[in-house]
Design a protein around this ligand. Structure first.
Ligand code: AMP
Length: 143
């Protein structure tokens, strides 16, 4: 299964935020959208960072309550690992495991076309394993 298939199921909508927004605004966006990370993009729509709930934790641990008034660019990860729609679910699992993160923006020709989270990966992997088991059961009972 490919990233293209995951995006076809979940849609291409991505929550983006500009780097000069505050950590407080980011926290509210994360809570309202019930997501774990925001993709930080510039005015041209280029991906320039990612801010996950883990970065917010780190900001609070380092700078205390004053962190919420700071621009989020101060705490985002600027070196973002991305994938394309052609990547397989196995590629995504390997990238997430090696990088120790749970979000992977999908970028093609410099354009953000989606995001895959570890939740999407687990959901599709379980569906694929269940389909394999069913096919195997059907085959055995037919024989
Ligand atoms: P996460 O597990 O996705 O909540 O993120 C854990 C840490 O990895 C945070 O510091 C994120 O900013 C960073 N991170 C998340 N996704 C990516 C990514 N695709 N590329 C680089 N860093 C990331």
């Amino acid at each position: 299964m490919s990233v293209a298939r995951i995006l076809a199921d979940k849609g291409a909508a991505v929550e983006t935020v500009s780097p000069n927004r505050t950590v407080d605004e980011a926290i509210h966006m994360l809570a309202e959208k019930r997501i774990g990370a925001l993709i930080v993009s510039d005015s041209g729509g280029r991906v320039i960072g990612i801010l996950s709930e883990r970065d917010v934790m780190r900001a609070l641990a380092c700078d205390g309550a004053s962190a919420v008034d700071q621009p989020l660019s101060r705490y985002m990860t600027a070196k973002v690992v991305t994938c394309t729609r052609r990547a397989s679910i196995e590629d995504v699992m390997e990238t997430m495991t090696e990088g120790r993160f749970r979000h992977l923006p999908v970028v093609e020709d410099g354009r953000l076309v989606g995001v895959v989270s570890i939740g999407d990966v687990v959901k599709h992997r379980i569906a694929a394993v269940e389909a394999e088991h069913k096919a195997m059961r059907d085959y055995i009972t037919m024989a």
